[in-house]
Design a protein around this ligand. Structure first.
Ligand code: M6R
Length: 615
């Protein structure tokens, strides 16, 4: 998982590539590099660190002229992040340059073979093996770049999105994808290449997303040729009109993308249900569900597969589906599911949840479920992503681009979609009373207003953050629908502030974690009025009597928890089932402020990347 950018055309490539890499830094940011072709030679600059470090180095070390360029921002898989392992990698002759997102799994035997033939390797990467393999094939069989790339790719296995340039034929870049995304922007007399369309949206709104197993020869002043890597058959590329705009991918006055995305939630939840939820008419309509209603209604069970925050949304959905539609649900970490020979029947419906639509483990779980004959439904944010294409049908969340590595608006929009699916099935099955069905529809419609109100807890969250910013540990507790919110709250804190945090079902605390509680341990408890309120109050008392410090998220006007808690954050009232959409907001804000106060890089936390396209 890395970001790749390329340009071939009439403009100076360097600023386009650098700006593009900055937009793709969410995909990885431990090292970066750029290659420019100045009409004679390849100019290379690579460094450990971020794109800003690359810019600084490039300004001192190299000329940045040229109308052909390629750049890379890396999340290391093979070889530590350092200057040498950074991309682009150049072949032994110095003629070919490559950028690569993914993993070449059989690189070791290929490398051995190439070493025997006299090739020398400077880095520890699988990518340097690939570029030399292409060179070897090119030389041995006297092939043009495109053909050599194709032959090489038929010898490797793994995942890749690559762009390769050959200075002997400097009017073309060859690209290919298998398991990692690749978009090609088509302008007038110019082409753009990138892991997603964000690097080129100000230049063109026409893009082709390569499908898995496809490659393209991108030649100056010629139409692009797309073909299948396996059998060389030509493919008619589908040119899409991009919906994304520049404003969506910029910070819009916020200090961080994460904060912007937290504040976008009222709007994006509304965008997600717009045209699908008609509360006054009592209708929920999502074409993916309508077209496959029988499959959902005949489902023996629903299996949800996802990772990270999307998995937490799946857990919330488990409670909602079982309560509303009375369908048994299992929620699986995609990474475990794919490796444990799960029992899947043809009457199982598998729902795959993913913001990016590129998570490798979720993708593999989908493939497995399809092989076993299940109907697979996607809940994805990124239109055109691998997961939205690989699933049989699905519903997109309309969260817009989520750039902050910590997922926020994706979570609440996923819950919105999943709640609508559960309500639609409940209506068809008659498992909710008419009154409850209509009440939930009305309530979902006004959720954006309540989320807006919950955002008013920002100052309070900031105050509390200033007290706990130096904590070493933190416990998050919730029950029922809010147990997954506790997990999500803990994940947000640990991933951006590096404070160790655990989420637990509040009642489970007495089976172990209670031993951790002392006067230094902040315990965040989600205690809205609806739900298991009395039980939560008892849990709070148990913590109190062991000197724990309590930060409670409560319903406005609460009196009982207020008396017991050290700090309270008040949120508007909602039904139990919809409360995760509200209770999660102050937890996002709390983590955000703690991370900022600790001086952490909120949008790009260490060791992480936005989409995890490796196993
Ligand atoms: O794109 P996906 O929803 O498939 O990503 C899944 C996880 O990698 C993601 O939610 C991750 O856990 C986030 N960093 C959480 O904030």
């Amino acid at each position: 998982m890395c970001g790749i950018v390329g340009y071939i055309g009439y403009r100076e490539a360097y600023p386009i590539v650098i700006k593009g890499l900055k937009r793709l830094e969410y995909r990885g940011y431990d090292s970066a590099g750029v290659m420019l072709y100045d009409g004679n030679d390849l100019k290379l600059c690579k460094t450990k660190g971020k794109v800003s470090d690359l810019e600084e180095k490039a300004s001192k070390e190299t000329t940045t002229n040229g109308t052909i360029g390629m750049g890379h921002t890396r999340w290391a898989t093979h070889g530590v992040p350092n200057d040498v392992n950074s991309h682009p990698h150049v072949s032994n002759s110095g003629d070919l340059a490559i950028i690569h997102n993914g993993i070449i799994e059989n690189y070791a035997p290929l490398k051995e073979e190439l070493i025997k033939r006299g090739y020398v390797f400077h880095s520890d990467t699988d990518t340097e093996v690939l570029v030399n393999l292409i060179e070897e094939i090119q030389k041995k069989e006297n092939l043009r770049l495109g053909k050599a790339v194709q032959v090489a790719l038929n010898q490797v296995f793994g995942a890749y999105a690559i762009a390769v340039f050959d200075k002997k034929n400097p009017d073309e870049i060859v690209v290919a994808r298998l398991g990692s995304p690749l978009a090609i922007g088509i302008g007038e007399g110019e082409y753009f290449i990138a892991s997603d369309a964000s690097p080129f949206i100000e230049y063109t709104s026409n893009a082709v997303y390569l499908e898995d197993g496809e490659m393209a020869n991108i030649r100056l002043h010629k139409p692009m040729k797309v073909r299948k890597i396996k059998d060389d058959s030509l493919v008619d590329p589908y040119i899409q009109e991009l919906q994304m705009n520049l404003e969506q991918i910029e910070k819009g006055g916020y200090d961080h993308f994460m904060l912007k995305e937290i504040y976008e939630q009222p709007n994006v939840i509304r965008d997600t249900y717009r045209g699908r939820l008609h509360a006054n008419e009592g209708i929920i309509q999502m074409s993916g569900v309508e077209d496959n209603l029988e499959k959902f209604l005949n489902a023996e069970r629903i299996i949800i597969v996802a990772c990270g925050t999307s998995w937490h949304a799946g857990l919330v959905a488990e409670y909602i589906f079982e309560e509303f539609a009375r369908i048994p649900v299992e929620v699986e970490y995609a990474s475990e599911f794919r490796y444990r020979n799960p029992i899947i029947g043809t009457r199982d419906v598998v729902i795959a949840i993913s913001q990016s639509g590129e998570t490798a483990d979720t993708m593999a779980a989908i493939k497995l479920a399809k092989e076993k004959g299940a109907f697979v439904y996607g809940v994805c944010n990124v239109v055109g992503s691998s997961i939205s294409r690989e699933t049989h049908a699905g519903t997109h969340t309309h969260a817009g681009p989520e750039i902050g590595v910590a997922s926020t608006k994706a979570f609440t929009t996923q819950i919105t979609v999943l709640t609508m699916i559960a309500l639609r099935l409940a209506k068809a099955k008659g498992t909710l009373s008419n009154t409850d069905y209509h009440r939930y529809l009305q309530e979902l419609e006004i959720i954006p207003e309540k989320v807006k109100e919950a955002l008013e807890t920002n100052d309070r969250a900031k105050e509390i953050a200033s007290v706990f910013k130096d904590s070493h540990n933190c416990l998050y507790l919730g029950r029922g629908y809010n147990f997954p919110v506790a997990l999500e709250g803990a994940l947000k804190l640990k991933e951006i502030s590096y404070i160790h945090a655990e989420g637990y079902p509040a009642a489970e605390m007495k089976h172990g974690p209670i031993a951790l509680i002392d006067a230094q341990m902040p315990v965040v408890i989600i205690a809205p009025k609806q739900g298991h309120y009395d039980k939560i109050v008892s849990n709070i008392q148990e913590i109190k009597s062991r000197s724990g410090i309590i930060i409670a998220v409560v319903t406005k006007g609460d009196t009982q928890v207020r008396e017991l808690a050290d700090y309270i954050i008040e949120i508007p009232e909602t039904s139990d089932a919809l409360s995760p959409l509200i209770t999660t907001i102050p937890l996002q804000l709390l983590s955000y402020h703690i991370a900022v106060m600790r001086g952490c890089n909120v949008d790009q936390p260490r060791n992480l990347a936005k989409s995890v396209t490796v196993e």
